[in-house]
Design a protein around this ligand. Sequence first.
Ligand code: FES
Length: 570
Amino acid sequence: MTRGLRKGLTNYGDAAFSLFHRKVFIKAMGYSDDALDRPIVGVTNTYSDFNPCQGNVPELIESVKRGVMLAGGLPMVFPTISIHESFAYPTSMFLRNLMAMDTEEMIRAQAMDAVVVIGGCDKTLPAQVMAAASTDVPTVVLPTGPMVVGHCRGEVLGACTDCRRLWAEYRAGRMDEGEMGQISGRLAPSVGFCGVMGTASTMACIVEAMGLSLPMSATAPAPHADRRRIAEESGKRAAEMAIAGAPTPSELITEASVRNALIVLQAIGGSTNGLIHLIAMAGRAGVAIDLENFDRLGREVPVLLNLKPSGAHYMEHFHYAGGLPALMRELRHVLDLSARSVSGGTIGDAIAQAEEAPGQDVIYSYASPLKKEGAMAVLYGNLAPRSAVIKQSAASLELMHHTGRAVVFDSVEDMIARIDLPDLDVHADDVLVLRNAGPKGAPGMPEAGYLPIPKKLAREGVKDMVRISDARMSGTAFGTIVLHIAPESAVGGPLAIVQTGDRIMLDVAARRIELLIDDGELQRRLVAWSNLPPHREMATRGYAKLYEDSVLQADQGCDFDFLLRTGRGK
Ligand code: FES
């Protein structure tokens, strides 16, 4: 097999010249022939001044390089796109597939025998795994790690569940601007990704559960020495994998490892976004996810992890309690322990080495869980023919079976314009409906599914209402919120024809979400909708056009239709 510098030669019609030409240029960087004869480990550089969740990438790169060289490889760092949630217009989800394409093509184009991908903020790890799966180059995933907790007025705080909770207090008039100013400097006290079980933490856990990163990679805090040691070890393993040519992503992303990840997703109180990303990552390896099966797992596998927003603690506490290997020890009777890991062993080996942390109250036992069902339930009904998702672990028990009057917002802009109007006709037992906020509709499926409680109700003390949409929600959010309705309204899903005043029934136990009108009326409204012009102008050029033409629905992972692998070996 062609290895190292000889791999993927630029095509000049003369392979020997291509290698000579490559050596001429790379020697300008001061490399010796000895260095250039080694197996090459690519290392992604996703550092960006716009991305504090990856603010420790430069130090991690240094540690990875040390590990690669200790094992006899040559590390070569290369840049790729970096995406931060707060600096991604219109949404980070809109850009995820672009990052996946960039990363895939750069791994493919440049000579590397293995790669360490370093990411953290929500969309970066899924984009990198999607890329790795498509190239099938041996890959070690290195998360940047969670930030540490902050403190304010005697309270422990962490981005971003507490950002949302405190912002709701401010909207309700219970906090003033001075207090918010002080808190804004305490919610994210270090680099690293959000320290609750938001999407970034969820993805780091899923990636570790699938064996794509080393044990404890998900939880070691970003500024800790443990993180640097894991980085060094990741580099070392990547060099060994470069020499061995294995394991490849397709050997690690299998039916067994994906099922393990789905179980972990339910047990950690994971982000709903995690499900979309896992579908996309598995899809790149030709592994399909059956949402009904995921729902069945949720009925059997309880939430074990006492982390916000489903519980009380933060990621660094999870690390001290033994991290993902200790959590998976509680799940060992339902996991496939023979699934392989980049560590060179199996998931069972990682569990066998899990630390004991006597007295901890972060990881609950399977026999005595935090919540008796898993994080998420998958709903169906005339409003969601292909599916919708609710994070039941972060919902209000009293609203899990609820019928209410629909109050409809036609778009995110409409919602922003009207939700706080003093004369908005809305009551606490209504159902807030947002549409045209799906993958194609907004575009980019914004995290607008967490519709704010209308100000006038918030001031009366209303903390939660049933909210439904084709949008996403941050994994850090909480509430009785139905998301990812598929098909979305912009492509003619039934959400498009709901009218203010209709009645909607949510029954989580029965897994139903229904618009209470008869089928004839529903069909009449759908025909009338199909004769309307699109709700907004569609893109005519650039990445936006590629995105709008190609993006799949939420139940298909929002990947581009032309990037899926349709089966093993294809
Ligand atoms: Fe980057 Fe939360 S903003 S992980």
